[in-house]
Write a protein that binds this ligand. Structure first.
Ligand SMILES: Cc1ncc(COP(=O)(O)O)c(C=O)c1O
Length: 392
C-alpha cells in the first residue's frame, strides 16, 4: 500500500496536497465518469489525501488481518465525543444508535421503520437527488415542500404540507437535509424547533440526514436535530464519510431520539451487517483523532469559497453563488447566462468542466449547477476559466 506523506499535527491545507496528475490516477466515480480532458468538479468526493490517523488505523487493521465483521459501539462513542467537543451536544447515546452501511441506505431503513408502502415522504427541493430516487424506489411517495425565501425552510409551506400529508390519518415522514445540500444552508435552532413542533402536531416522523454536519464553517453553530426540544421522536443519520472523504469505506450511524428508541430497535439485523468493519475503523479514527485535519480542511474550504466568489466576479459576473455556511458545495444560479435549464450541460460540452446539473435536484434546480469546491485553488481557477470559455 502506498503511503501518502502526512503532516499532523499542524496539518497543512489538505486541498493543496494533490496535483492533477496524481488525482487522475484515482479510479472512483469523480475521476472515471468523464473523459480525461474533462475537469471533474461534480460528485461529492474531495481531492484530498486521507487524514493520517485514518490511514494509520486502516493500515494497522490490514496488517493485523482485522478484516472480519464489525462489533461494539466504538463508532457511536467516537461520534458522542466529537458531538460534545464540536457542537456541545451531549445527547448521543450509543445504546440508541445502530451502524448502517451508509447514510442513504440508513435513510431508507429509517423511513421503512416509520412509514408503510405508498406513504408520503416530504422533501425540500432543490435537494440531493438520491432523496427522490431512493424514496421512490422503496415504494414511498415523494412530496415536495420547496425551500422558501433565501433558500431556507419555509415554515408555512411545511405546515401546509404536513397537514395535507397526514389528512387521511396515515403515516408520513419528513426527510430533512441538515446542513442542506446543495445550498450549504445551516438550519438554525429556531427553524429546527419549528420543524419539531410541526412534526409533533401532525404526527410526521422526522428523519434528518446530517452527513454534512462536520463541514460547517467555523463560528457557525450546527444544531443536531435530536438536540432540539420536541425532537424526541426523531431519527438521524450521521457519518464521517463526507467530512473525511471516506465514502469508499462504507459505514454510517443511525441515531434515535429517546422516544424513537423502540423504532430503531426494530431495525432488521441484516442492515447492520452492511457496513464494512474496516470502514467502521476508519470512521471511528476520523472522529476520534482527525479533528485538526478537519480544521485545516475547513480553513481551505473557506479560502476556496472566497476564491470562487472572486473568480466568478472576474470571469462570470452574471453567475450568482448562493452564500453557504456548510458543505464543500457551491450552488450556482446561472439563469442570467442564457444557457437554458441545464447550464452544466453547456459547461461540459463547450468548456470540458463537469459540474452537477441542477435539474435532478428538483423544483428550483433549473438554470442552476452545483460546483464541488473540495479541490485545489489551481483546479478551481482552471474550472472557472473553462466555464467562462464555454460562454465565449
Ligand atoms: C445529503 C447527503 N446525504 C447522503 C449522501 C451520501 O452518503 P452515503 O455515501 O453515506 O450514502 C450525500 C453524498 O454526497 C449527501 O450529500
Amino acid at each position: 500500500m502506498t503511503r501518502i506523506p502526512h503532516d499532523t499535527p499542524g496539518v497543512p491545507d489538505p486541498l493543496r496536497a494533490l496535483g492533477l496528475e496524481r488525482l487522475r490516477r484515482r479510479t472512483s466515480m469523480k475521476w472515471r465518469t468523464y473523459p480525461e480532458d474533462v475537469l471533474p468538479l461534480w460528485v461529492a468526493e474531495m481531492d484530498v489525501p486521507l487524514a493520517e490517523p485514518v490511514v494509520r488505523a486502516v493500515t494497522d487493521a490490514l496488517a493485523l488481518g482485522d478484516t472480519g465483521y464489525p462489533a461494539g459501539t466504538a463508532y457511536a462513542e467516537a461520534l458522542a465525543a466529537f458531538a460534545a467537543r464540536r457542537w456541545d451536544w451531549h445527547g448521543v447515546a450509543p445504546e440508541r444508535t445502530a451502524i448502517v452501511p451508509d447514510v442513504m441506505l440508513g435513510v431508507v431503513e429509517m423511513i421503512r421503520l416509520v412509514t408503510g408502502p405508498g406513504d408520503p415522504v416530504i422533501v425540500n427541493p432543490p435537494v440531493y437527488p438520491p432523496f427522490f430516487q431512493f424514496v421512490t424506489h422503496m415504494d414511498r411517495r415523494v412530496v415536495d415542500a420547496p425551500l422558501g425565501a433565501g433558500l431556507r425552510l419555509d415554515p408555512g409551506l411545511l405546515e401546509e404540507t404536513f397537514q395535507r400529508a397526514t389528512a387521511d390519518g396515515g403515516r408520513a415522514a419528513y426527510l430533512l437535509c441538515s446542513p442542506h445540500n446543495p445550498t450549504g444552508t445551516v438550519h438554525t435552532a429556531a427553524e429546527l424547533a419549528t420543524v419539531a413542533g410541526l412534526a409533533e402536531r401532525y404526527g410526521v416522523r422526522v428523519v434528518a440526514d446530517e452527513i454534512h454536519a462536520p463541514l460547517v464553517t467555523p463560528g457557525v453553530p450546527f444544531v443536531p436535530y435530536l438536540s432540539v426540544p420536541g425532537a424526541e421522536r426523531g431519527l438521524s443519520l450521521m457519518s464521517a464519510s463526507k467530512g473525511w472523504n471516506l465514502a469508499g469505506l462504507k459505514a454510517a450511524l443511525a441515531l434515535a431520539g429517546p422516544a424513537a428508541a423502540a423504532d430503531l430497535a426494530r431495525l432488521p439485523e441484516e442492515v447492520s451487517h452492511g457496513p464494512s468493519h474496516v470502514g467502521v475503523i476508519a470512521h471511528t479514527a476520523a472522529l476520534r483523532e482527525a479533528g485538526d485535519w478537519l480544521d485545516a480542511l475547513l480553513a481551505g474550504l473557506r479560502a476556496n469559497r472566497r476564491l470562487l466568489a472572486d473568480l466568478l466576479a472576474g470571469h462570470l459576473p452574471d453567475v450568482r453563488v448562493h452564500p453557504a455556511e456548510a458543505t464543500f458545495l457551491a450552488w450556482l444560479d446561472c439563469r442570467a447566462l442564457g444557457l437554458g435549464d441545464d447550464p452544466a450541460g453547456a459547461f461540459l460540452e463547450r468548456g470540458r468542466v463537469a459540474l452537477s446539473s441542477g435539474l435532478p435536484f428538483g423544483t428550483g434546480g433549473a438554470g442552476h449547477a452545483r460546483l464541488n469546491l473540495a479541490t485545489s485553488p489551481d483546479i478551481l481557477t482552471e474550472a472557472v476559466r473553462r466555464m467562462a470559455a464555454a460562454l465565449a
